[in-house]
Ligand binder design. Structure first.
Ligand SMILES: *Cc1c(COP(=O)(O)O)cnc(C)c1O
Length: 466
């Protein structure tokens, strides 16, 4: 058989897909009990993959088998209930099943003409997000790979609009000789924001930093005077403490001055979609653009960044470098590429649609508030065990240490990580090493929290004695 005939047989016989399904279910069944981080042996075994590029087509079934035998054990058990590293997220079953189904479609989502179904579901997601978060009805959405990309798009729209307000056509004239733009950001702003500022050519030295309070939120009394050359970047959810910048007053001042406000809320903006936590995001609807991730708090599969922007013209002109959207070449329907830097993209909005359709408003509330409740439980149980909790647990983040000695904190952290019982990361808070806990998965149960706290206590005993 030639290559085409072989692939045709593989497609028609379906055994390959049954094999993958079998492995996937085996993986999912083992997830609750295996070590959260791969064992040293599993990592050493990755040498299996180091080989010369094959000269000829291989056997599809053994490729899958190799991946399952050596790849699965070297994955991080992030979809179980005891992964609290970084600010990642779990995966809602219906979104995973949706991904399987739509992987068979393999849609390109650049144009409505390429995928009417994806175009329609992007449109639905855009409207639902606008309604859920209470944003202006002019808000449009771009579905990108993650928040890093979403921030980049939001700030590109801001740049185009602010320059335009000063009679400067950025797409044509660029940075050379342009009037100055002021960038205002909080001292604790996320690294992805800083990267976008550099990539867009604003220059990190030109950032006017605003100091934070003891929770890391912008202290609004320290905000500089704003004017019509300002782009203000605020954050919903400090990556350590989970704290939210005070949006209300800052947005009012920015709007009065003719400035642009971007809110980065990769995980925190979802608080604005809940009944019980939306006080945290008060006033956020007065900003101009927002970035967030489906793949964090909402627990969709990865590759689900969202840029929301109330100024469609600025966004589309910035990303397309043309006004062609005014009379789309392909009709009245939504062409997804107008709102993203890319043309070809996978149909990532379908999984987001499935999550929103499945959860509904009360489900979003239950999911997001549940993460908060588990974080509060984690903090309470750690305090009872004499760990020091350093933040007000307003959302899903807890920062904690067993001692004020950095060396001890790191030793206890490494002990927790190597126990396999749970996985937490490290950070620096007010000059000291801390353990950072992020509760991000719907899977996490109260028992997962208690079991993890026991791992903390046991690790401290091993390092410090009883
Ligand atoms: C995770 C995160 C980002 C980056 O998002 P990606 O999806 O990883 O690109 C940006 N800002 C904040 C506040 C985040 O938590």
């Amino acid at each position: 058989m030639n290559l085409r005939e072989t692939m045709l047989a593989e497609q028609q016989l379906k055994a390959l897909f049954e094999q993958a399904k079998g492995y996937a279910f085996e993986y999912a069944e083992a997830i609750a009990d295996r070590a959260v981080f791969p064992t040293p042996q599993a990592i050493a075994d990755l040498e299996q993959f180091v080989e010369a590029m094959p000269g000829h087509p291989g056997d599809a079934s053994s490729i899958l088998q190799q991946l399952h035998d050596y790849g699965s054990p070297a994955s991080v058990a992030q979809t179980g209930g005891r992964y609290f590293g970084f600010v990642n997220g779990g995966i809602i079953p219906v979104t995973l099943a949706t991904k399987w189904l739509t992987d068979f479609w393999d849609q390109n989502t650049a144009l409505q003409l390429m995928s009417p179904i994806t175009s329609k579901l992007e449109e639905v997601c855009q409207r639902w997000l606008q309604q859920l978060l209470g944003l202006p009805d002019t808000t449009v959405a771009g579905f990108v790979s993650g928040t890093s990309s979403a921030i980049f798009c939001g700030l590109a729209a801001a740049r185009l609009r602010i320059y335009g307000n000063h009679g400067w056509d950025f797409n044509q004239q660029g940075h050379n000789g342009a009037p100055p733009i002021r960038i205002i950001a909080g001292r604790h702003t996320h690294g992805a924001v800083i990267k976008a500022i550099a990539l867009l050519g604003f220059g990190l030295d030109n950032i006017e930093w605003v100091e934070g309070d003891d929770q890391g939120r912008i202290d609004q009394n320290q905000m500089p005077e704003l004017d019509a050359t300002c782009i203000v970047i605020l954050q919903a959810g400090n990556v350590n403490s989970g704290a939210f910048d005070p949006f209300d007053q800052i947005c009012d001042n920015a709007n009065a001055a003719g400035a642009w406000v971007h809110i980065d809320g990769a995980f925190g903006l979802w608080a604005g979609g809940t009944e019980r936590l939306k006080h945290l995001t008060q006033g956020m609807e007065k900003a101009h653009s927002w970035s967030l991730d489906g793949h964090k708090t909402l627990n969709t599969p990865y590759d689900s960044g969202i840029l929301l922007c109330r100024d469609k013209e600025a966004l589309v002109t910035a990303l397309q470098a043309s006004g062609a959207y005014l009379t789309s070449n392909y009709g009245e329907q939504r062409d997804g590429m107008m709102y993203t830097p890319e043309m070809s993209r996978r149909a990532r909005a379908i999984e987001l649609w499935a999550a929103l359709k499945y959860l509904g408003k009360s489900g979003v509330d239950e999911l997001v508030y549940g993460l908060h409740q588990r974080a509060v439980q984690f903090a309470d149980e750690l305090k009872q065990a004499n760990f020091t909790v350093h933040n007000d647990v307003v959302f899903n983040q807890v920062i904690v240490s067993p001692s004020d000695n950095d060396g001890t904190t790191m030793a206890v952290l490494e002990q927790i990580q190597s126990s396999g019982e749970c996985w937490v990361g490290s950070s620096v808070w007010q000059g000291n090493k801390v353990i950072r806990i992020s509760v991000c998965s719907w899977m996490t149960s109260p028992e997962d929290i208690s079991r993890s706290v026991r791992a903390f206590i046991h690790a401290r005993e091993l390092i410090c004695g009883k």
